[in-house]
Design a protein around this ligand. Structure first.
Ligand code: FES
Ligand code: FES
Length: 207
């Protein structure tokens, strides 16, 4: 019998790797209450888990400081506290990629990442992709190539694609499919999405 290969997530890592990479971020949303008052490991080292904590973020180039709950996700904070609703809450369980944002330049599922773990880090949402009135080449390509139907999944695809093309500016179709395999489109518009990613790569190369 054919062995099933692991599903791939943003950035071309398997879903298993992606969840593992989330570490306490993924686990934490489920098990944080028992951790209150204890320490967890973050990029900054060991930190005490508080009920509430003030964190500082740079979001779309703007420095913000805000109080977050110990079990609040980055998606909660972006959507509910900063009014940045471009990242979509769809599955809210790390399955669809609708909530994808960049954290220090890498795509992450914001619904699976604890806000306290983003302390001191840089976040970019789809609202920060364009430069003023000038769309990002990926946004332009999605418009020109009809890379969306209802558009609900589009912010996630734009964020995954823009991070991917930074790393791989000349991808093959297989590489594009692989990189986007952690983003789901319920309209099934994949052929046009892949075409848009290829067009975006050409635009960026020619820019
Ligand atoms: S809403 Fe985050 S992965 Fe689906
Ligand atoms: S365009 Fe509708 S879910 Fe993707």
């Amino acid at each position: 019998m054919e062995k099933k290969t692991a599903k791939k997530s943003p950035g071309g890592v398997s879903r298993r790797d992606f969840i593992k990479g989330m570490g306490t971020g993924a686990l934490g949303t489920a098990v944080l209450p028992p951790l209150l008052g204890q320490t967890i490991t973050t990029k900054k080292g060991r930190v005490l888990v508080f009920d509430k904590k003030t964190i500082a973020l740079t979001v779309n180039g703007r420095k913000v400081s805000l109080e977050v709950g110990a079990n609040e996700t980055l998606l909660d904070v972006l959507r509910d506290k900063l009014d940045l609703t471009g990242a979509k809450r769809v599955c809210d369980r790390g399955e669809c990629g609708g909530c994808t944002v960049h954290l220090d330049g890498a795509p992450v599922y914001a619904c699976m990442f604890l806000a306290i773990r983003a302390d001191g880090r840089t976040v970019k949402t789809v609202e920060g992709l364009a430069k003023g009135d000038t769309l990002h080449p990926v946004q332009e390509a999605f418009i020109e190539k009809d890379g969306y139907q209802c558009g609900f999944c589009t912010p996630g695809f734009l964020m995954t694609t823009s991070a991917f093309l930074e790393k791989n500016p000349d991808p093959s179709l297989d590489e594009i499919k692989h990189a986007l395999s952690g983003n789901l489109c319920r309209c099934g518009n994949y052929a046009k999405i892949y075409g848009a990613v290829g067009a975006a790569a050409k635009k960026i190369k020619g820019a």
